[in-house]
Ligand binder design. Structure first.
Ligand code: ARG
Length: 274
């Protein structure tokens, strides 16, 4: 075949494929070579793979391993939920900033990202039943004299922008206080604590504790405060997507009942939940 011919053949094949995909291609047009073979039965409509958005910079809940795969507690939970509920999912790394908009835009079908269910967020999206309890935890340098949240009033404090940590620190220091340093990710805030650019970081306990356990050299300690409310993580879907929500809740109930939730919990946090 000459190049021109090959190009034409490729273009024709491409056009046939497009027509077939669009549902208007005739059998002969899509596969002329197989004209003598009996027509294949129409393929069953493939279940749509749900796109799950996650800000994969939040170990041990979601992160990217050396191979670039998205892994973590949240990922295992959603995979188990999907299996139970007969859903197919794929994970797409999605920056926290703007993550909630992706639901409305239809770019993501659901979000898992250690997302705290809050009354404000409930106004713009729907949440599954809670699947994890958390609270805020303070990280400071080991030699800091901080013993409670109030002590952060006079310090430079790092938070991940738009998180519940940002919210509580905003309440203490005043939302527009220049002493609040807002970062794109929680690891960046913790790096800045190490560098001395901030004197404290407030973030979810699981992530702060994990960072300390794995970065002994950073010279941090944690400070807890009984004033921090209990937060609950949920899976988020577009507001009004009751069908998907019901499937997710069904899956969650299923993995809690059959022990898989506890196994996943133990694999990441070392002991059975509750
Ligand atoms: N739980 C906190 C919140 O909902 C922080 C979540 C941040 N998650 C993440 N993957 N970066 O605001």
């Amino acid at each position: 075949m000459t190049t021109i011919h090959r190009r034409f053949a490729l273009a024709a094949a491409g056009l046939a494929a497009v027509l077939a995909l669009a549902g208007c291609g005739k059998q002969e047009a899509a596969a002329p070579a197989a004209a003598s073979a009996p027509p294949a039965p129409p393929a069953p409509p493939a279940a749509r793979v749900l796109v799950v958005g996650t800000d994969a910079a939040y170990t041990p809940f979601e992160s990217q391993n050396e191979k670039g795969e998205i892994v973590g507690f949240d990922i295992d939970i959603v995979n188990a939920v999907a299996k139970k509920a007969g859903l197919e999912v794929k994970f797409v790394n999605t920056p926290w900033e703007g993550i909630f908009n992706t639901l409305d835009q239809g770019d993501r079908d659901l979000l898992v990202s250690a997302i705290t269910i809050t009354p404000e967020r409930r106004q713009t999206m729907d949440f599954s039943q809670p699947y994890f309890d958390a609270r805020q935890l303070i990280a400071v340098r080991s030699d800091a004299s901080v013993t409670r949240f109030e002590d952060l009033k006079t310090l430079k404090v790092g938070v991940q922008n738009g998180t519940t940590g940002d919210e509580v620190v905003g309440k203490l220091l005043g939302k527009s206080n220049a002493s609040i340093k807002r970062f794109e990710s929680t690891p960046l805030a913790l790096k800045e604590l190490e560098a001395g650019g901030v004197q404290a970081v407030v973030a979810d306990n699981g992530v702060v504790a994990h960072y300390l356990a794995n970065n002994a050299g950073a010279g941090f300690k944690t400070v807890s405060d009984a004033g921090f409310a209990t937060e609950q993580y949920g899976l988020a879907v577009k507001k009004g997507n009751a069908e998907l929500l019901a499937r997710l809740d069904q899956g969650l109930a299923g993995i809690k009942a059959d022990g898989s939730y506890d196994r996943i919990y133990a694999a990441h946090f070392g002991a059975a939940s509750k």
